[in-house]
Design a protein around this ligand. Structure first.
Ligand SMILES: [Mg+2]
Length: 275
Protein backbone atom coordinates (compact mmCIF):
# COMPACT_ATOMS: atom_id res chain seq x y z
CA UNK A 1 0.00 0.00 0.00
CA UNK A 2 1.22 3.53 -0.68
CA UNK A 3 2.01 5.87 2.22
CA UNK A 4 -0.97 7.95 1.09
CA UNK A 5 -4.72 7.63 0.96
CA UNK A 6 -5.41 5.45 -2.09
CA UNK A 7 -8.62 6.63 -3.74
CA UNK A 8 -8.29 4.73 -7.01
CA UNK A 9 -7.07 1.16 -6.35
CA UNK A 10 -6.47 0.56 -10.07
CA UNK A 11 -4.31 3.67 -10.51
CA UNK A 12 -1.58 3.25 -13.13
CA UNK A 13 1.87 2.90 -11.59
CA UNK A 14 4.69 4.46 -13.60
CA UNK A 15 7.27 4.96 -14.71
CA UNK A 16 6.15 8.47 -15.47
CA UNK A 17 7.89 10.60 -18.05
CA UNK A 18 6.91 14.06 -16.78
CA UNK A 19 5.66 15.50 -13.51
CA UNK A 20 3.52 18.61 -13.25
CA UNK A 21 3.19 20.66 -10.06
CA UNK A 22 0.75 23.38 -9.23
CA UNK A 23 2.44 26.18 -7.26
CA UNK A 24 0.31 27.78 -4.52
CA UNK A 25 -0.71 25.27 -1.87
CA UNK A 26 1.14 22.49 -3.72
CA UNK A 27 4.70 23.81 -3.38
CA UNK A 28 4.45 27.31 -1.93
CA UNK A 29 2.68 28.38 1.23
CA UNK A 30 3.57 32.06 0.76
CA UNK A 31 -0.02 32.85 -0.26
CA UNK A 32 -1.40 30.85 2.60
CA UNK A 33 -4.59 32.57 3.69
CA UNK A 34 -5.54 33.72 0.17
CA UNK A 35 -9.03 32.12 0.28
CA UNK A 36 -9.75 33.97 3.53
CA UNK A 37 -8.69 37.26 1.93
CA UNK A 38 -10.61 36.67 -1.30
CA UNK A 39 -13.81 35.36 0.27
CA UNK A 40 -13.76 38.11 2.92
CA UNK A 41 -13.38 40.80 0.28
CA UNK A 42 -16.13 39.43 -1.97
CA UNK A 43 -18.55 39.18 0.97
CA UNK A 44 -17.79 42.81 1.83
CA UNK A 45 -18.50 43.81 -1.77
CA UNK A 46 -21.84 41.95 -1.70
CA UNK A 47 -22.71 43.53 1.64
CA UNK A 48 -21.94 47.01 0.28
CA UNK A 49 -24.40 46.34 -2.57
CA UNK A 50 -26.99 44.86 -0.14
CA UNK A 51 -26.87 41.59 -2.06
CA UNK A 52 -26.38 39.18 0.84
CA UNK A 53 -29.46 37.02 1.05
CA UNK A 54 -28.34 34.00 3.00
CA UNK A 55 -28.11 33.89 6.80
CA UNK A 56 -24.77 35.23 7.99
CA UNK A 57 -23.50 31.76 8.89
CA UNK A 58 -24.03 30.55 5.30
CA UNK A 59 -22.43 33.55 3.54
CA UNK A 60 -18.91 32.30 3.95
CA UNK A 61 -19.77 28.78 2.77
CA UNK A 62 -21.57 30.09 -0.33
CA UNK A 63 -18.79 32.42 -1.47
CA UNK A 64 -16.04 30.00 -0.51
CA UNK A 65 -17.67 27.40 -2.75
CA UNK A 66 -17.75 29.85 -5.64
CA UNK A 67 -14.07 30.72 -5.19
CA UNK A 68 -12.80 27.18 -4.63
CA UNK A 69 -14.62 25.83 -7.68
CA UNK A 70 -12.09 27.92 -9.66
CA UNK A 71 -9.07 27.05 -7.50
CA UNK A 72 -6.16 26.70 -9.91
CA UNK A 73 -7.63 28.88 -12.67
CA UNK A 74 -6.16 32.32 -13.40
CA UNK A 75 -7.22 34.65 -10.58
CA UNK A 76 -9.12 36.90 -12.99
CA UNK A 77 -11.41 33.94 -13.68
CA UNK A 78 -12.45 33.92 -10.02
CA UNK A 79 -13.35 37.60 -10.32
CA UNK A 80 -15.33 36.95 -13.52
CA UNK A 81 -17.33 34.30 -11.70
CA UNK A 82 -17.98 36.81 -8.92
CA UNK A 83 -19.18 39.38 -11.48
CA UNK A 84 -21.65 36.76 -12.77
CA UNK A 85 -22.74 36.09 -9.19
CA UNK A 86 -23.42 39.82 -8.55
CA UNK A 87 -25.58 39.91 -11.69
CA UNK A 88 -27.35 36.72 -10.68
CA UNK A 89 -28.26 38.45 -7.41
CA UNK A 90 -29.64 41.40 -9.33
CA UNK A 91 -26.77 43.82 -8.68
CA UNK A 92 -24.52 45.88 -10.91
CA UNK A 93 -20.97 44.63 -10.60
CA UNK A 94 -17.78 46.62 -11.03
CA UNK A 95 -15.30 45.46 -13.66
CA UNK A 96 -13.63 42.12 -12.89
CA UNK A 97 -10.21 43.77 -13.29
CA UNK A 98 -11.11 46.29 -10.55
CA UNK A 99 -12.00 43.44 -8.22
CA UNK A 100 -8.74 41.71 -9.14
CA UNK A 101 -6.67 44.81 -8.35
CA UNK A 102 -8.39 45.25 -5.01
CA UNK A 103 -7.85 41.59 -4.09
CA UNK A 104 -4.17 41.59 -5.04
CA UNK A 105 -3.62 44.76 -3.03
CA UNK A 106 -5.20 43.17 0.05
CA UNK A 107 -3.35 39.88 -0.32
CA UNK A 108 0.00 41.50 -0.99
CA UNK A 109 -0.11 43.27 2.37
CA UNK A 110 0.61 39.84 3.88
CA UNK A 111 2.68 38.35 1.09
CA UNK A 112 5.09 41.27 0.68
CA UNK A 113 6.18 41.01 4.31
CA UNK A 114 6.97 37.34 3.74
CA UNK A 115 8.98 38.16 0.59
CA UNK A 116 11.04 40.72 2.51
CA UNK A 117 11.65 38.36 5.43
CA UNK A 118 12.79 35.58 3.07
CA UNK A 119 15.06 37.98 1.22
CA UNK A 120 16.92 39.04 4.37
CA UNK A 121 16.97 35.50 5.78
CA UNK A 122 14.53 36.13 8.64
CA UNK A 123 12.33 33.38 7.22
CA UNK A 124 13.63 30.15 5.71
CA UNK A 125 12.36 28.66 2.43
CA UNK A 126 11.68 25.31 4.13
CA UNK A 127 9.18 26.99 6.46
CA UNK A 128 7.11 28.37 3.57
CA UNK A 129 6.78 25.34 1.34
CA UNK A 130 4.52 22.33 1.76
CA UNK A 131 6.55 20.11 4.13
CA UNK A 132 9.34 18.24 2.34
CA UNK A 133 8.66 19.93 -1.03
CA UNK A 134 12.40 20.30 -1.74
CA UNK A 135 12.90 16.60 -1.01
CA UNK A 136 10.27 15.38 -3.48
CA UNK A 137 11.57 17.74 -6.18
CA UNK A 138 15.14 16.52 -5.60
CA UNK A 139 14.02 12.90 -5.63
CA UNK A 140 12.16 13.30 -8.93
CA UNK A 141 14.98 15.29 -10.52
CA UNK A 142 17.47 12.59 -9.50
CA UNK A 143 15.27 10.09 -11.32
CA UNK A 144 15.75 12.15 -14.45
CA UNK A 145 12.07 13.08 -14.83
CA UNK A 146 11.37 16.51 -16.35
CA UNK A 147 9.48 18.68 -13.88
CA UNK A 148 6.98 21.39 -14.76
CA UNK A 149 5.17 24.00 -12.73
CA UNK A 150 1.90 25.61 -13.78
CA UNK A 151 0.16 28.28 -11.73
CA UNK A 152 -2.90 30.47 -12.16
CA UNK A 153 -1.15 33.25 -10.19
CA UNK A 154 0.43 36.21 -12.01
CA UNK A 155 3.73 35.18 -13.64
CA UNK A 156 5.94 37.84 -12.03
CA UNK A 157 4.80 36.80 -8.58
CA UNK A 158 5.28 33.07 -9.17
CA UNK A 159 8.74 33.65 -10.65
CA UNK A 160 9.76 35.76 -7.67
CA UNK A 161 8.36 33.30 -5.15
CA UNK A 162 9.93 30.28 -6.87
CA UNK A 163 13.25 32.09 -6.61
CA UNK A 164 12.80 33.07 -2.95
CA UNK A 165 11.71 29.52 -2.04
CA UNK A 166 14.66 28.04 -3.97
CA UNK A 167 12.56 25.82 -6.16
CA UNK A 168 13.07 27.61 -9.51
CA UNK A 169 16.09 25.50 -10.48
CA UNK A 170 14.01 22.33 -10.54
CA UNK A 171 11.93 23.64 -13.43
CA UNK A 172 14.34 23.77 -16.33
CA UNK A 173 11.87 25.12 -18.86
CA UNK A 174 10.75 27.91 -16.57
CA UNK A 175 7.49 28.94 -14.97
CA UNK A 176 4.11 28.49 -16.67
CA UNK A 177 1.78 31.20 -15.38
CA UNK A 178 -0.39 33.97 -16.85
CA UNK A 179 1.59 37.10 -17.77
CA UNK A 180 -0.33 40.28 -16.84
CA UNK A 181 -3.02 37.94 -15.48
CA UNK A 182 -3.81 36.80 -19.04
CA UNK A 183 -7.26 35.18 -18.73
CA UNK A 184 -6.59 32.92 -21.73
CA UNK A 185 -3.87 31.07 -19.78
CA UNK A 186 -4.91 27.50 -19.09
CA UNK A 187 -3.28 24.54 -17.36
CA UNK A 188 -4.80 22.26 -19.98
CA UNK A 189 -2.79 24.11 -22.64
CA UNK A 190 0.39 23.76 -20.59
CA UNK A 191 -0.21 20.01 -20.28
CA UNK A 192 -0.90 19.66 -24.01
CA UNK A 193 2.34 21.49 -24.79
CA UNK A 194 4.38 19.37 -22.36
CA UNK A 195 3.00 16.13 -23.83
CA UNK A 196 3.68 17.33 -27.40
CA UNK A 197 7.18 18.63 -26.66
CA UNK A 198 8.25 15.44 -24.90
CA UNK A 199 6.34 13.18 -27.28
CA UNK A 200 4.71 11.29 -24.41
CA UNK A 201 1.19 10.01 -23.73
CA UNK A 202 -1.17 11.51 -21.16
CA UNK A 203 -0.99 8.39 -19.00
CA UNK A 204 2.75 8.97 -18.61
CA UNK A 205 2.05 12.25 -16.82
CA UNK A 206 2.00 12.49 -13.03
CA UNK A 207 0.48 15.58 -11.45
CA UNK A 208 0.52 17.09 -7.97
CA UNK A 209 -2.02 19.75 -7.09
CA UNK A 210 -4.21 21.11 -4.33
CA UNK A 211 -6.75 22.59 -6.75
CA UNK A 212 -9.57 21.20 -8.83
CA UNK A 213 -8.32 22.76 -12.08
CA UNK A 214 -4.95 21.02 -12.39
CA UNK A 215 -6.38 17.79 -10.97
CA UNK A 216 -9.15 17.79 -13.57
CA UNK A 217 -6.76 18.60 -16.43
CA UNK A 218 -4.31 15.82 -15.49
CA UNK A 219 -7.20 13.34 -15.31
CA UNK A 220 -8.62 14.59 -18.62
CA UNK A 221 -5.50 13.43 -20.49
CA UNK A 222 -5.45 10.12 -18.60
CA UNK A 223 -2.63 10.99 -16.21
CA UNK A 224 -2.28 10.15 -12.54
CA UNK A 225 -3.27 12.91 -10.10
CA UNK A 226 -2.02 13.13 -6.55
CA UNK A 227 -4.27 15.49 -4.59
CA UNK A 228 -2.30 17.54 -2.09
CA UNK A 229 -4.84 18.37 0.61
CA UNK A 230 -2.33 20.68 2.24
CA UNK A 231 -3.16 22.51 5.41
CA UNK A 232 -1.78 25.82 6.58
CA UNK A 233 1.50 26.43 8.40
CA UNK A 234 1.20 25.66 12.07
CA UNK A 235 -1.39 22.92 11.72
CA UNK A 236 1.39 20.35 11.79
CA UNK A 237 2.64 17.70 9.41
CA UNK A 238 0.44 14.99 8.11
CA UNK A 239 -2.85 16.82 8.58
CA UNK A 240 -5.23 16.52 5.65
CA UNK A 241 -7.46 19.54 5.05
CA UNK A 242 -10.92 17.91 4.80
CA UNK A 243 -12.63 20.33 2.39
CA UNK A 244 -9.70 20.22 -0.05
CA UNK A 245 -9.64 16.44 0.20
CA UNK A 246 -13.35 16.15 -0.63
CA UNK A 247 -13.06 18.49 -3.64
CA UNK A 248 -9.95 16.73 -4.96
CA UNK A 249 -11.60 13.31 -4.69
CA UNK A 250 -14.71 14.62 -6.46
CA UNK A 251 -12.46 15.87 -9.28
CA UNK A 252 -10.83 12.46 -9.71
CA UNK A 253 -7.65 12.51 -7.63
CA UNK A 254 -6.12 9.01 -7.53
CA UNK A 255 -4.33 9.48 -4.22
CA UNK A 256 -4.48 12.03 -1.42
CA UNK A 257 -1.54 13.25 0.64
CA UNK A 258 -1.40 16.03 3.24
CA UNK A 259 2.20 16.98 2.27
CA UNK A 260 5.41 15.28 1.11
CA UNK A 261 6.61 13.90 4.44
CA UNK A 262 6.23 10.37 3.00
CA UNK A 263 7.53 11.32 -0.44
CA UNK A 264 10.21 8.67 -0.73
CA UNK A 265 7.85 5.73 -0.16
CA UNK A 266 5.17 7.41 -2.26
CA UNK A 267 7.43 7.85 -5.29
CA UNK A 268 8.72 4.29 -4.98
CA UNK A 269 5.14 3.05 -4.87
CA UNK A 270 4.06 5.20 -7.80
CA UNK A 271 6.97 3.87 -9.85
CA UNK A 272 5.90 0.32 -9.01
CA UNK A 273 9.03 -0.38 -6.99
CA UNK A 274 7.22 -1.07 -3.71
CA UNK A 275 4.12 -3.10 -2.88
MG1 LIG B 1 -2.97 25.62 -5.70
Amino acid sequence: MPPAELINPSVRRGPFKAVLFDFDGTLSLLREGWPRVMVGMLIERLRAMSLLREPESDEWVAIDKLVMAQNGAPTIRQMEVFVEEVRRRGGTPADSWDYLREYIELLMRDVRGRWDALEVGELQPADWVVPNAHAILTNLRDRGVPLFVASGTEYDHVAREAHLLRVEDFFLTGINAPKDNDPSFGKGKVIARVLAELGIRGEELLGFGDGVVETGEVKRVGGVAVGVASSEPGSGWGVVQPEKRARLIATGADLIVPDYSQQEGLIRWLWGEAK
